[in-house]
Design a protein around this ligand. Structure first.
Ligand code: A3D
Length: 320
């Protein structure tokens, strides 16, 4: 059986980390595409040379030509620019929309059967634009944000409770941004919901509120520390989990930006919700019942994404 082919569009900080992780996990052969000459070639060669030490077999190819992604099974898109301190994700809108138009055309031509994971920010609008520009079915185009946001939430909760991260689950809804909605009642330690843990005096509601806020600001915290770019290890790991679920038909339930078709009262619109990812891409969208406060928070998040979509349609009328 031939190896799977994974194409990475963008060979920057996240792209390079994706190539490294996909190699270590032997997910398939990897093609890294970037407009910067030498960058994808150099990173691919460097990672390939770690193969004999790590003991993985994967062919790595760096390229500046779209035809090299031909026939890819999975495409992960990080092309564009990341945030610098003081910038919001939304400041990236105009420049990254132009990048999505090019990337969408490249995928449509050379990898129309691929499962596409978008990471470029502002995420919810970029994945929507990428689906339109590529013309691929919406169940094959998803955005990575929720896995990262919930991993951040899990990390902070595990630290707070002094338990293994493995035993902490977390649930995050909504757009990837300051309005994301971490749902505490669906977040647990070994199945015990966080509100119960507050009652059991493992922590206080005030501490949980602080952790929720730190999760929302998780990306900005790292941008502020790094000063020259944004997070890349955890974002790459999160996208690899999604790719793996597709390639191995694992049917994992992962929070992703997916196109809703009436769920949560929303139509034709990408936003973060739990989905089942298997061999058919997004196989199911999980719709849970929200209580009053959660509904309000989710609506606020959806409205923020809608506002950005309207701005995107003004910049790129072909998306309207
Ligand atoms: P960076 O290291 O700058 O890599 C981006 C790469 O894209 C660079 O190597 C560029 O040369 C390349 N590029 C630019 N334009 C094009 C183009 N037209 N075609 C092909 N390649 C191009 O950034 P990064 O890897 O740190 O981040 C990539 C993106 O992910 C940014 O938009 C970030 O904001 C975003 N990001 C998203 C999350 C989410 O959770 C959604 C988290 C972290 C970063």
């Amino acid at each position: 059986m031939a190896r799977n082919k994974i194409a990475l569009i963008g060979g920057g900080m996240i792209g390079g980390t994706l190539a490294h992780l996909a190699s270590l996990k032997e997910l398939g052969d990897i093609t890294v595409f970037d407009i910067a000459e030498g960058l994808p070639q150099g990173k691919s060669l460097d990672i390939a040379q770690s193969g004999p030490v790590e003991g993985f077999d994967a062919k790595l190819t760096g390229t500046n030509k779209y035809e090299a992604i031909e026939g890819a099974d999975v495409v992960i898109v990080t092309a564009g620019v990341p945030r610098k301190p003081g910038m919001s994700r939304d400041d990236l809108l105009e420049i990254n929309l132009k990048v999505m138009a090019q990337v969408g055309a490249g995928i449509a031509k050379y990898a129309p059967k691929a499962f596409v994971i978008c990471i470029t920010n502002p995420l919810d609008v970029m994945v929507w634009a990428l689906q339109k520009y590529s013309g691929l079915p919406a169940n094959k185009v998803v955005g990575m944000a929720g896995v990262l946001d919930s991993a951040r939430f899990r990390h902070f909760l595990a630290e707070e409770f002094n338990v293994s991260v493995e035993d902490v689950t977390a649930f995050v809804l909504g757009g990837h941004g300051d309005t994301m909605v971490p749902l505490t009642r669906y977040s647990t330690v070994a199945g015990i919901p966080v509100p119960d843990l507050v009652q059991m005096k493992w922590t206080t509601q005030q501490r949980i509120d602080q952790i929720v806020q730190r999760t929302r600001d998780g990306g900005a915290e790292i941008v502020g520390l790094l000063k020259t770019g944004s997070a890349y290890y955890a974002p790459a790991t999160s996208a690899i989990a999604m790719a793996e679920s597709y390639l191995k038909d694992k049917k994992r339930v992962l929070p992703c930006a997916a196109q809703l078709t009436g769920q949560y009262g929303i139509e034709n619109f990408y936003v973060g919700v739990p989905v089942v990812i298997g061999a058919n891409g997004v196989e199911r969208i999980v719709e849970i019942k929200l209580d009053g406060d959660e509904k309000t928070a989710f609506k606020k998040s959806v409205d923020a994404v809608k506002g950005l979509m309207d701005a995107a349609k003004k910049i790129a009328p072909d998306l309207a």
